[in-house]
Design a protein. Structure first.
Length: 375
């Protein structure tokens, strides 16, 4: 049996490999020698967590996610909030916070006896042909019916890939850091929308909160240059937190925010999923969940269509159609929200305020958003 090539170092590549092994396929992983630090925090939807259980990730991991039961949304420092409460919709949680390192270890443990072969990307030549994928490594050739590309890194290395990417640069950077609090058990998240930034507080343990602060260029320049004391003062002024409750502010990390969407999801026998196919603004916390839905749809089609060759154009076209709407919806939603909340137009600001009040008082609209966020 020819192996399926899975290209990427990240979580989506690992989960894709696990799904394929579970469905009886041989897998060859193509990875980079230099991997990035595993320091991200993910908000995993209940649907994604249930799928993790179904594919055989350990109970220890799937039971360790920290539940987010409530999310409060504030606009421009106003006291009124829009609240989403899991109990209101008969759910155990709106999301589960997990560490990238813990998820990666759970995936690797589940694949320990799988016999997956690993190749380094800088030591191979990958050719994308109509009839097959060919990998040359130390004068040894490997053939496959399909290469599933999962990571955004080194996307341009395959010169044969004729897929255009639409990119949107938000002129923003995100600051991420954690802090320890002496407040009793923290169980709900908060998100603040300002003209110059979007600030999210995400509990990851009873006494620990992860912060994602997406800032425009002017604010990021200011925050990069001030000392820790002034940074803390700016942070507290935005969130109205009691500074005495913050015991330790962690190391701050910075990364640029951009969004990309592939015009097509495949070319010949290379299929794009995860970050290779789409990246979205972190405000929605849906980047990994979107990638998980890619894998779940791929698995569903493998089982339903019974294709012996899943690299055929007919199968890949079915997959592309099954994912297009979901990907475009979240892409357009995050772009629209970022534009709306960053505007200085007074009329639009008033529309936003009234819109938030409408959502707050309408259980049907709230339920729509909950379903979107928890699937």
């Amino acid at each position: 049996m020819e192996p399926i090539i899975v290209l990427g170092n990240g979580i989506v590549a690992g989960l894709t490999s696990k799904m394929l092994v579970n469905n009886g396929f041989e897998v060859t992983r193509v990875i980079n020698k230099m991997s990035k630090p595993l320091n991200k925090i993910f908000a995993i939807s209940p649907s994604s967590m249930a799928w993790f259980k179904s594919i055989g990730l350990s109970n220890f991991f799937t039971n360790s996610g920290y539940p987010i039961k409530k999310i409060d949304i504030y606009y421009e420092g106003e006291q009124k909030r829009l609240r989403f409460d899991s109990e209101e919709f008969y759910k155990s949680a709106l999301a589960f916070m997990v560490k990238e390192k813990d998820l990666s270890e759970a995936i690797n443990l589940s694949l320990k006896e799988s016999g997956i072969k690993f190749l380094y990307q800088d030591e191979i030549v990958l050719e994308n042909r109509d009839e097959h994928i060919k990998i040359t490594n130390n004068e040894e050739d490997t053939y496959s019916r399909i290469c599933i590309w999962c990571d955004n890194s080194n996307f341009d290395d395959v010169y044969q890939l004729k897929i255009k990417k639409h990119k949107n640069f938000f002129c923003q950077q995100a600051i991420t850091f954690n802090f320890i609090t002496n407040k009793n058990k923290v169980s709900h998240a908060k998100q603040y929308f300002f003209n110059d930034s979007i600030l999210a507080l995400l509990p990851i343990a009873e006494d620990k909160v992860s912060v994602v602060w997406s800032c425009d260029d002017t604010l990021i320049d200011k925050l990069r240059t001030i000392n820790n004391e002034n940074f803390m003062a700016e942070f507290i002024s935005r969130t109205n937190l009691d500074g005495k409750l913050i015991l330790n502010l962690g190391v701050r990390n910075y990364f640029p925010i951009k969004q990309s969407l592939s015009e097509n999801l495949f070319d010949k026998r290379i299929l794009l999923i995860g970050d290779a196919a789409h990246t979205i603004h972190p405000m929605a916390g849906q980047g990994l969940n979107l990638g998980v839905r890619d894998i779940k749809n791929l698995e569903r089609l493998i089982k339903e269509t019974k294709y012996s060759d899943i690299g055929l154009k007919g199968f890949l076209r079915k997959y592309e159609r099954s994912r297009r709407l979901d990907i475009e919806q979240f892409s357009k939603l995050t772009i629209s929200l970022q534009w709306l909340f960053s505007t200085h137009n007074g009329v639009i600001q008033e529309i936003i305020r009234k819109g938030l009040m409408l959502v707050s008082n309408n259980s049907g609209i709230k339920n729509f958003f909950i379903k979107k966020a928890t699937t």
